[in-house]
Each structure stands twice: as structure tokens, then as C-alpha cells.
Design a binder for this molecule. Structure first.
Ligand code: IMP
Ligand code: MG
Length: 187
């Protein structure tokens, strides 16, 4: 079932408008999955999702990957309940699997400053994976402050706050099928 995006979403005084429809998201994920299927042929990669934001992306992405693969999650916090990054990352739930000598693919919802990805790269480098790549559904290229390489990108987006498709604002709106962006217009 493909649903049309709502025209706008009001959160208090703020208005969010559609940025990426469910159809755009799903068709880009199919392309990413096809590329990963080619690039990881002959391997059994471990997809490692960063909770909570990546849960929908992970679930749709691995359905488009035609490979034997494993899945795990860990949880980081950097934003708290606000729109601004706290500037530091905390580990809230550890990974369970052993990544030593494995091909790992970090699955992120969105890369903003790059701080989380930097933290993740440093963390996993110590665990001696065979290879490590990062896939992120969304990247805000103009917000990047850390030197990180995102190997697979769904969409480059403007440096505004977005919600939906896993992304929250104070823990809500993760269940929207489309992505919405904070709009200039306010009422
Ligand atoms: P970074 O560490 O600054 O790159 O921020 C990464 C994390 O902040 C993401 O994994 C999200 O959880 C959160 N985040 C960044 N931008 C947004 C946004 O526009 N909406 C919701 N969450 C965001
Ligand atoms: Mg995240």
C-alpha cells in the first residue's frame, strides 16, 4: 500500500512539509539493495543498524538485498528530545555479535554533523572487522563537520530538521511513511 504524503504536519508552532514520498524512498532503497547485492557477492555481510532511527530503513533495505546476511542493532543517543545535537554520543545498548574478521555494513538513518558515524567508525575499528562501510538513507552534506565517508547514500538533503520514516522529533513521528522537512513557513 503506497500512501500519499500528508500536505503538512503541524508540531506546535512549526510546520513540516513533504520532502521524500514513500515511493521515492522505496525506489531508492531498491537501488541501494541491488548495488549492495552486487558489491557483497560471495560474502555474508553483517548489517548493523543504529537504533532507533534506522529500524524502518534496515527492514526495507535488507528485503532488497539478495544475499545471505546477518543483522544486529546497537543504540546510540546524541539528540535527546530536541532538534539540536548534544554534541556528544552515548552508547545506550551494545552490539551482541562478534564482528572480528566480518564484512560489516553500518546502517544509519541520517548523517548530520557526522559525529555519530565518526564515533561508530572508531568503535568498530577496534573490533577488527574485515571491512566496514556505511550506508545512510539521508545525508545533510552542508552540515558535515567531521571527516567521514558515507559509502552508500540514499538522498542528499538540505540542512533542515526532518521527521518521518524512522526519524523522530521528541520520539514521535517515526511511523510516517514519508520524510517531512521543517518548512520556512510558520503560522
Ligand atoms: P550526527 O551525529 O550529527 O551526524 O547526527 C546523527 C544522528 O542525529 C542521526 O542518526 C539522527 O538520530 C539524529 N538526527 C540528525 N539530523 C536529524 C533530523 O533532521 N531529524 C531527526 N534526527 C536527526
Ligand atoms: Mg540515528
Amino acid at each position: 500500500m503506497i500512501s500519499e504524503p500528508k500536505e503538512k504536519i503541524r508540531v506546535g508552532e512549526e510546520i513540516f512539509t513533504p520532502l521524500l514520498s514513500e515511493e521515492q524512498i522505496q525506489s531508492r532503497i531498491a537501488e541501494l539493495g541491488a548495488q549492495l547485492t552486487i558489491d557483497y557477492q560471495g560474502t555474508v555481510p553483517v548489517f548493523i543498524g543504529v537504533l532507533n532511527g534506522s529500524f524502518l530503513f534496515m527492514s526495507d533495505l535488507i528485503k532488497c538485498v539478495e544475499l545471505d546476511c546477518e543483522i544486529d542493532f546497537f543504540k546510540l543517543s546524541s539528540y535527546g528530545d530536541e532538534k539540536l545535537s548534544a554534541g556528544k554520543v552515548r552508547m545506550l545498548k551494545e552490539l551482541n555479535c562478534d564482528v572480528n574478521n566480518r564484512d560489516i555494513i553500518i546502517v544509519e538513518d541520517i548523517v548530520d554533523s557526522g559525529l555519530s558515524v565518526k564515533y561508530i567508525e572508531d568503535l568498530f575499528a577496534e573490533k577488527n572487522p574485515k571491512s566496514m562501510k556505511v550506508v545512510s538513507l539521508l545525508v545533510k552534506p552542508k552540515s558535515l563537520k567531521y571527516n567521514v565517508k558515507i559509502d552508500y547514500i540514499g538522498f542528499d538533503i538540505p540542512s533542515e530538521f526532518v521527521i518521518g520514516y524512522g526519524l523522530d522529533y521528541a520520539q514521535k513521528y517515526r511511523n510516517l511513511r514519508s520524510v517531512y522537512i521543517l518548512s520556512e513557513e510558520s503560522e
